[in-house]
Design a protein around this ligand. Structure first.
Ligand SMILES: NC(=O)c1ccc[n+]([C@@H]2O[C@H](COP(=O)([O-])OP(=O)(O)OC[C@H]3O[C@@H](n4cnc5c(N)ncnc54)[C@H](O)[C@@H]3O)[C@@H](O)[C@H]2O)c1
Length: 382
């Protein structure tokens, strides 16, 4: 088993999710490559003890990411920090030759993302991917298989979204994810948009233009110190995109939704595709159920099948069992390391988001901001 020695920069929610996935690597079968976490960098020293308690291979903890990047033992880094730091830390990592998995949105805005891509092009030997894992859910993978086979016929309409509701509570204190200076002007689009675009971009769909409606619903929040501060990030975004599919070149409407305030929803990712020959709907709100309609003439009947633990990368879990968030994250990491080790993804839809796909998301989000501001349709640069 080949080991890739990783450093983690950002020891918060996602830094620990990656460490936990690495600790569960034995869950995966048939992989010839494995991450080993040997260094952690965070801004708060309190976060180190969880890592050092559970990961005996960690030999470096530091508050300064430059020190971690200077560690010659570290071959690759996972960087999960607030968005305003993406450009600075991602480019620093690439420039010293560390392979990088960076969290979305992959730069706080379009210029930041473009700077990361320029740095990447100047260092072509460095492997770079963007984290996004919802497309690894078995229901999403079933839809991906149908797309690969061209089973939908001509696509009539598609909808993808990611819905939260925790921000419905106006008393929820503000944090960096609700502050423009740390999260960015995209607001909910930067936080949730890459996840929503993952499948459409992998399918090769071409998004030509966008009409966006953005909403700032909760305009101020508690500051956590007894006062209130303005909350200027976009809470919800609906993007209506004229899209073409590669096979036919025919246009269809693609609606993308990213909501932090979708009453009743809790981290719900969904995809719906309606076609002339088949249609399918999948939502993580009911993670096993896949709705499917196969049209061969006559009556049109929706059926529901239960997906199991059917994953691109085999695991010890039997196909009959249930799948969840941490399983998707583990599959994404398996895909990432597989692609690193083999030079190509296992399958079209079993690959990690590329930097170019992340860059497209920035062009779309930037066009969406313009569209909302001017109340008009805006072309998305290709
Ligand atoms: N893939 C997903 O499902 C998912 C979910 C949540 C967040 N994210 C993304 O992950 C990234 C991090 O989000 P999070 O929820 O883990 O945030 P978090 O606030 O939980 O953690 C951020 C960490 O970054 C550290 N940090 C801040 N400045 C630093 C610096 N200069 N050097 C080193 N460390 C520093 C903080 O100490 C903290 O530990 C963001 O890009 C976010 O969009 C992805």
């Amino acid at each position: 088993m080949k080991k890739i020695r990783f450093g983690i920069i950002g020891g918060g929610l996602m830094g620990r999710e990656f460490a936990s996935a690495a600790a569960r690597w034995s869950h995966l079968l048939d992989l010839d490559i494995q991450p080993e976490i040997i260094a952690v960098c965070s801004r708060s020293p309190q976060s180190f003890s969880w890592f050092t308690t559970h990961f005996p291979a960690i030999r470096q903890t530091t508050l300064n990411y430059h020190e971690l990047l200077a560690n010659p033992q570290v071959e690759a880094v996972y960087v999960a920090v607030p968005h305003h730091l993406h450009q600075e830390i991602y480019t620093a990592a690439i420039a010293v030759g560390k392979h990088l998995v960076g969290e979305k949105p992959f730069g706080i805005d379009l210029p930041a993302c473009q700077a990361i891509l320029s740095c990447m092009r100047a260092h072509p030997g460095v492997f770079v991917r963007c984290s996004s894992h919802w497309a690894f859910y078995p229901g999403a993978q079933r839809i991906a298989n149908l797309l690969e086979k061209g089973a939908f016929g001509r696509i009539i309409e598609a909808n993808c979204g990611f819905l939260h509701s925790s921000d419905l509570d106006p008393e929820r204190p503000i944090n960096w994810k609700r502050m423009v200076e740390f999260n960015g002007v995209y607001g909910c689009l930067g936080d949730l948009g890459m996840h929503v675009l993952h499948l459409p971009l992998r399918a090769g769909w071409r998004l030509k233009n966008v009409r966006a409606i953005l909403m700032d619903i909760v305009k101020e929040r508690p500051d956590g110190h007894g006062g209130r501060v303005p909350c200027k990030t976009w809470d919800n975004a609906t993007l209506f995109c004229e899209t073409t599919e590669p096979a036919s070149g025919e246009p269809f409407p693609l609606t993308l939704k990213t909501s932090r305030i979708a009453p009743g929803q809790k981290n719900t990712w969904y995809v719906e595709i309606y076609g002339t020959r088949a249609s399918a709907r999948y939502s993580t709100a009911e993670p096993k159920g896949l709705d499917f309609l196969n049209y061969t003439g006559g009556e049109q009947v929706w059926g529901r099948l239960q997906t199991g633990y059917e994953t691109p990368f085999k695991t010890i879990t039997g196909a009959n069992f249930e799948f969840g968030f941490t399983d998707g994250f583990l599959q994404m990491w398996a895909a990432c390391l597989y692609e690193f080790g083999h030079g190509q993804p296992l399958r079209q839809f079993a690959g990690c988001v590329t930097a170019e796909e992340a860059a497209f998301s920035h062009r779309l989000f930037t066009a969406a901001l313009e569209s909302h501001r001017d109340s008009r349709v805006v072309d998305i640069p290709g």
